[in-house]
Design a protein around this ligand. Sequence first.
Ligand code: EPZ
Length: 424
Amino acid sequence: MEKFLIKGSPYKGIKGTIKCNGAKNAVLPLMASSILFDNTVTLKNVPIGAKDIETMIVLLRSLGSKVTIFKTKKILKIQNKKKHKLLVKYKYISTMRAGVLAMGALLGKYNKCLTALSGGCSLGPRPIGYHLAGFQKLNCNYSLKKGYINIFSKSGIKGNNYCFPKVSVTGTSNLILASVLANGTTKLKNISIEPEVIDLIKFLRNGGAKINFIGRRTLKIDGVKKLNGHSHYVIGDRIEAFSYLCAAAITKGKIKIEKINPKHLEQELKILKNIGCSIKFGKSFIELKRKNKIKPVEIKTAPFPGFATDCMPMLMAVLTKSNGKSKINESIFSNRYMAAPELVRMGAKITIKKQKAIIIGTDKLNGADCICSDLRSTFAIILGAMAADGKSCISRVYHGLRGYSDLYNNLKKIGVNITKKLNG
Ligand code: EPZ
């Protein structure tokens, strides 16, 4: 297992330019949606090195899709020459929750599938009750046996109305996938409007799907007979962009992020400004410079356009160096503070009570040995290590590699004193 050794440089800010990768959380539903298409789908700007993308490639291949990877060009071509197998194995769902998106696509195309039920993950329980309730509305029945959900529609998927009790990103994508080829019209209410969901809608529309917004969070989907394969350029990864912005924020550095739409980070950029960072942006870049002391702030995470839960662990790391008391209220997941105990080992002052965190800023962090336990907390711990005096040895960085393509090289490129240790 790979470890990162980081020698912090609290008095020397990082500096450089990062070209943002395509968004992992956009590519995964796009890849799952390829099941619905009769001919070739081409995805450009794919973060090929991210582990979750590799897992989705293996999942699609296990179903019978032909996936060709053009690594240096960051392109995936997905062809469906024969009927798919209808079994989504546990090993894909257990390592990558987005595997559940194959359910909506297989239902949409074949009216049935057998899919492993996802359990919890380090963020807390990850239920799919909304997905299943929505599929039922679309004329499906299901039963659970030995950890697998057998879901089917005897007389075919039929359009209907479904209102999500709470905004769900993957739930929205899954219901869209099941509805685009349905008989009749589906109305989905209280949907997620995360940029990644909008990218999926755009992709499906360009393939011939009839999907229209009839309210801010309401979609009308008129079923069509087939979708035509085409090529699509994936949006930049807003969470990756935010992560590297935080690297400049915590080290008093300067960074430019390219290939990112700043509109996808409006709320997050506002918070970075509030804590004292100076920010410039254009159509597809963001620049951040931090000169002064970090100011404390209060935030509550929320679905887009609110402050993203995925950005919260990195902001928490930055706030450990502020000059006051910050408060975070995590409203989406029950266990999203996995970086906190590790940052505390570096000398950060963080208290967690249920889903709320209080962070008292400190001038000095000290390097320490740390263990990562989920994707975003990995980056938060790296941020702490970058801003600490001395060395940190960070284990289980594979959690971070699930979602950050080129992580090690990018950190080196912006001046982080980092080395890799294998088999440690
Ligand atoms: C997506 O997860 C992202 N994953 C997550 O990113 C992200 O943290 C999350 O959305 C929230 O923005 C992908 O896009 C692959 P949800 P998702 O369904 O879709 C509850 C990262 O770091 N809920 O929007 O699985 C749920 O428990 C990852 O890249 C139900 O109760 O999240 C949570 O409290 C981690 N029942 C809330 O809704 C359901 O049936 C939002 O979850 C579904 C969800």
